[in-house]
Design a protein around this ligand. Structure first.
Ligand code: TRP
Length: 321
């Protein structure tokens, strides 16, 4: 079964990206034909700084490789290294009702946040459909926020198949319904756009400072506390098994435990958890030729799948005069 998903390179990746998406993807490579990619064309809808886009893309590549994505097993590539996806986007545009895009929540949200309503933002879901259909993905693991985009993809695939005969696999959405929202430093959902993130590979001092700044209530040390209302507890839970988590919850309820102590423990666990990955990342970052070789291999592997799909589509619509 082919499982495919992409991530935006529009900022330094943080631990919510890791636990909600990257870790899951890396696990899929064991039992599935995994396609994993960095969506730098999508990032162009909001990033207008070339150097920032280059750096964001390279950093996302390094992060994935360091965290265990195996470029031999999986097909790992940068979206923009395969411009074929833009040709497919154009073709799919002609099977995409405007009304479908006008109803897209993420488009409406971005406009509401003050982004200018340009055509790139509007047709973002068509590019995403092309990402998925070009590689004939069977399943696409995404967060709840991408559910509607997957519905649009399925709609477009079905419309095209109806018009020209079976061409695309109609992909299933694998929505991770039960992962709890991972809070950021201020207790809102951790997200780059809220500026409340904990980066996976932040330097030690910066990381410690961030962890110590997590917002808590002002319950005194002696008083009993509710673990379910505590951001530090939610975050440290990510690094604990069930029994450790329960033991800590007990200590919260008993009183006598200060938030500062839990924060120190959280920092220590974070630092240890990512230590081997940090070392691998540093080795990779020091070897740009090796990284370039890996991404070239990914491009070739991806192209082996993209090329026959696109050839077939070009013939179906009559571009092969
Ligand atoms: N829109 C997705 C997000 O922001 C990223 C993405 C682009 C994607 N193309 C994709 C995800 C294809 C899955 C499949 O999270």
């Amino acid at each position: 079964m082919r499982v495919l998903s992409g991530i935006q390179p529009s900022g330094t990746l943080h631990i919510a990206n890791y636990f909600a998406m990257m870790k899951r993807m890396i696990e899929f490579q064991r039992d599935h034909d995994l396609f994993c990619f960095i969506v730098n064309y999508h990032a162009l809808t909001t990033v207008y700084d070339a150097q920032a886009l280059r750096e964001g893309t390279l950093n996302a590549v390094l992060d994935f490789l360091a965290l265990g994505l195996d470029p031999q097993k999986a097909t790992f590539y940068v979206q923009g290294d395969l411009p074929e996806v833009c040709e497919l986007t154009w073709i799919l545009n002609n099977h995409t009702p405007v009304g479908l895009l006008e109803r897209a929540h993420s488009y409406k949200d971005k406009i509401a946040k003050g982004f200018s309503p340009h055509n790139g933002l509007f047709s973002y879901p068509v590019l995403m459909a092309a990402d998925i259909l070009l590689y004939q993905a069977d399943a696409v693991p995404v967060g709840k926020d991408q559910k509607q985009h997957l519905e649009i993809t399925r709609d477009i695939a079905i419309k095209f198949n109806n018009a020209y005969g079976e061409t695309f696999v109609v992909p299933e959405a694998w929505i991770d319904e039960d992962t709890a929202v991972i809070p950021g430093l201020d207790g809102q959902k951790m997200s780059k756009s809220y500026g409340n993130t904990i980066e996976i590979f932040a330097p030690e001092k910066a990381l410690k400072k961030k962890v110590m700044s997590i917002v808590t209530d002002s319950t005194p040390v002696e008083a009993p506390k509710d673990p379910d209302k505590c951001n530090v507890f939610a975050l440290i839970s990510l690094f604990m098994d069930q029994s450790e988590r329960e033991a800590l919850a007990e200590r919260y309820r008993a009183g006598g435990l200060g938030y500062g102590e839990v924060k120190k423990d959280l920092f220590a666990r974070l630092w240890e958890y990512f230590r081997p990955y940090r070392e691998k990342r540093a080795r990779l970052a020091a070897d740009p030729a090796e990284v370039a070789r890996i991404m070239k291999m990914g491009q070739e592997k991806a192209r082996n799948v993209a090329a026959p799909t696109l050839k077939n589509v070009r013939e179906k619509v009559g571009l092969n005069y």
